[in-house]
Design a protein around this ligand. Structure first.
Ligand code: CU
Length: 190
């Protein structure tokens, strides 16, 4: 059976994962302006960048400031969403659509995400084999593109990946990184 260790930092040292999530310093939401480019068709390319870093000083500090920037996007149905790995860590990230009530809202929910039965585990289970490069996986039962639960973009350092947002106008999509579930965002589709 596929082992999701690639998605779990230090799978051989779960206590560190637990504590890193417990002690994580939540990044403040950035209000940085959307980076926009307009294509010939008039569709707009919206970019979400991962930013921040992690640090660990034995017996002193463990901290993560990894975040999505921006964390709130307004897109038109049909626009292309690009996820770009722009942070200082060497870890992959996912941008995974989840239900609003699945977005972790407590520290406990953040560090438990990934355990069996959680939405993070549902994301990991999408992968029949270990990805090694930027990938889009369509959530089961959803339409093509980004429109529903578990639709997932994955990026590794130095990479970006683009996929159209196909959800109809009026949809609100919530997303998290399944690897670092304090990384959270929202897409309002117009
Ligand atoms: Cu992440």
């Amino acid at each position: 059976m596929f082992d999701h260790a690639w998605l779990r930092r230090g799978a051989d040292r779960p206590p560190l994962v637990r504590w890193s999530r417990r002690l994580v310093v939540l990044a403040t939401l950035s209000l940085a302006a959307l980076a926009l480019t307009t294509t010939a068709s008039g569709a707009t390319d919206k970019i979400v960048r991962t930013q921040g870093d992690e640090s660990f000083v034995p017996n002193s500090k463990i901290m993560a400031t990894l975040k999505f920037t921006p964390g709130h996007l307004v897109v038109r149905s049909g626009d292309t969403l690009t996820l770009q790995h722009s942070d200082k860590s060497d870890e992959p990230h996912t941008l995974s659509i989840v239900n609003a009530d699945e977005v972790p809202s407590t520290i406990e929910q953040v560090f438990e995400c990934g355990e069996p039965g959680t939405v993070c585990d549902d994301v990991f289970s999408l992968f029949s084999q270990e990805p090694t490069t930027a990938t889009f996986v369509n959530g089961p039962g959803t339409g093509p593109g980004i429109d529903g639960r578990l639709d997932t973009l994955v990026v590794f350092p130095g990479e970006s990946i683009s996929e159209p947002v196909t959800a109809p106008a009026g949809t609100t999509l919530r997303f998290i990184c399944a690897i670092h579930p304090w990384m959270q965002g929202r897409i309002d589709v117009q």
